[in-house]
Design a protein around this ligand. Structure first.
Ligand code: SAM
Length: 472
């Protein structure tokens, strides 16, 4: 048993809350979930830092699940007690400090990371690890010890991704000659220098989605190519005939060129080094990828002018903020569906992508068509709430701002997402109209949820089909 921080929640909500704390990356996997009474379960946590914004009086509330924080004795996970590098790291650091007559404190213990990334023979530590003054006295030995514990040759440490125009990596090499690492991801080899470029692990679902497209015969322009996160899936799996890859960070360009060679697709890709607003070719693309967050808006005109005169598809990424925290906390409306079983319902509510078509809802995904809303007991104007509401009607009400109902969080999010997609769609129509002096019809084909970026901020992608209107 080990004492530590835990979230205590009613049994019926324990699995939902476990998923939420895993999403926030604060679940302590070294200790096991355990009942604390007949009706409550404790979920072990690493820390409570990211929970601050969910605090409501003495309790916390995530997605309508109420829980408290307590310090509790919990059993160790089996794997953790047998082979746990974190424990090994703690033990070897305690030992090292005592040999150097440095007193072991809880502050020093907090400086030891619970998570890290392994890139082949390199361990990449999170920012903030080993940052206290005491470590500096024994710095070179500490870093060697860390390598020993993990059985690697190189060690590096992160801080935040820089806000500079290159979104440079902020990684310092602590032990080793260079920062080049290799990743194999969905059959694609990526190599890059961790001290110079970033690798967005969180975008894996979007990379897989791109990989599943059939782009045979298509020309694609990747406006923010980086080291080839999307350029490579377009070439290797989606079989694009040609990709123009724009990138202005010379370190990323170097990695991109290496990656094209490594994956033997360099003959189908032209790397255009520089600002995409300058280097992007005109009138060539069937498809344009705009993979920059929080927004790629400044490059939308260049993206529009790279489309073929017959039109094409834009994949526009963006961070979308849901500001209305109050509604999400009390969630007056429950989202239910008539016919589905409990498990399907759960899956559907957790299914984080939504498909919308032509700013209405697409017929190929039944999700939103079959939704109806049931008022919870405490909604006073129950009689005014229709049994079934068409999502497009919901959006109209939502846009007029006369939405008297409070919606369940996922539904409201979907409406916020759809509103964002519609907004992007009409801005792109305007840009195309201004550039070409004729009407274009843009259609929202799909809205993809890539990841939760921060509380109330979601990274989305809208797929827009853009066609010149026959009328004008
Ligand atoms: C965040 S990375 C995106 C990588 C990839 N799309 C992803 O989501 O994982 C953005 C890349 O776009 C590049 N970039 C940003 N603005 C640019 C511009 N105007 N022209 C060319 N490259 C640009 C940055 O240097 C960086 O490598």
């Amino acid at each position: 048993m080990e004492s530590g921080l835990a979230a205590v929640v009613d049994k019926g909500f324990s699995q939902q809350l476990r998923k939420e704390v895993e999403r926030l990356q604060i679940r302590d996997s070294a200790r096991r979930l355990a009942p604390v009474s007949d009706s409550q379960i404790a979920i072990p946590l690493l820390n409570s830092g990211s929970l601050k914004c969910y605090k409501n009086g003495d309790f916390y509330n995530i997605e309508g699940i109420q829980f408290s924080l307590q310090t509790i004795l919990l059993p160790m996970a089996k794997a953790a007690s047998v082979h746990n590098p974190y424990r090994k790291l703690c033990d070897s650091m305690k030992d090292l400090m005592s040999r150097n007559n440095i007193c072991w404190t809880s502050e020093l213990a907090k400086d030891i990371p619970h998570r890290w990334e392994q890139h082949g023979d390199m361990i990449l530590l999170p920012g903030g690890s080993f940052s206290r003054q005491e470590w500096q006295h024994v710095a070179s030995v500490v870093y060697k010890k860390v390598c020993e514990v993990f059985g690697v040759k190189r060690l590096a440490k992160k801080s935040v991704i820089s806000d500079d125009k290159y979104r440079s990596s902020q990684v310092t090499l602590l032990i080793g000659e260079d920062g080049w690492v290799k990743h194999v991801d969905n059959g694609i080899i990526y190599t890059y220098d961790v001290t110079q470029c970033m690798f967005s692990v969180g975008n894996i679902t979007e990379k897989l989605r791109i990989a599943s497209l059939d782009c045979t015969g298509e020309t694609v322009v990747d406006m923010f190519a980086g080291i080839g996160y999307f350029t490579l899936p377009y070439l290797v799996h989606a079989h694009a005939s040609k990709v123009y890859a724009c990138e202005w960070n010379p370190h990323a360009v170097e990695a991109l060129k290496r990656n094209l060679m490594l994956n033997k697709v360099d003959t189908r890709c032209e790397v255009l080094e520089g600002d995409n607003q300058v280097v992007c070719p005109k009138g060539v693309a069937d498809r344009v990828n705009l993979g920059l967050i929080p927004s790629s808006e400044s490059s939308w005109p260049a993206a529009c002018s790279t489309l073929k005169s017959t039109g094409g598809i834009l994949h526009i990424h963006g961070n979308v903020t849901d500001n209305n925290k109050q509604d999400s906390a009390d969630g007056h409306m429950k989202l239910v569906e008539n016919t589905e079983c409990e498990l399907d319902k759960q899956r559907r509510i957790e299914h984080e992508s939504c498909h919308f078509s032509n700013c209405g809802f697409s017929s190929n995904v039944s999700d939103m068509h079959t939704l109806c809303f049931t008022p919870a007991e405490h909604v006073s104007d129950e009689q005014n709430i229709p049994d079934t509401v068409q999502p497009s009607a919901l959006l109209d009400q939502f846009e007029r701002g006369d939405f008297g109902l409070k919606l369940g969080m996922k539904v409201r999010h979907n409406l916020v997402w759809l509103k964002w997609a519609k907004n992007v769609c009409s801005q792109i129509e305007q840009i195309l109209f201004q550039q070409q002096n004729k009407q274009w019809i843009c259609t929202v084909l799909h809205v993809e949820h890539v990841k939760s970026y921060a509380p109330h901020i979601n990274h989305l992608v809208v797929d827009l089909q853009c066609r010149p209107s026959r009328k004008s």
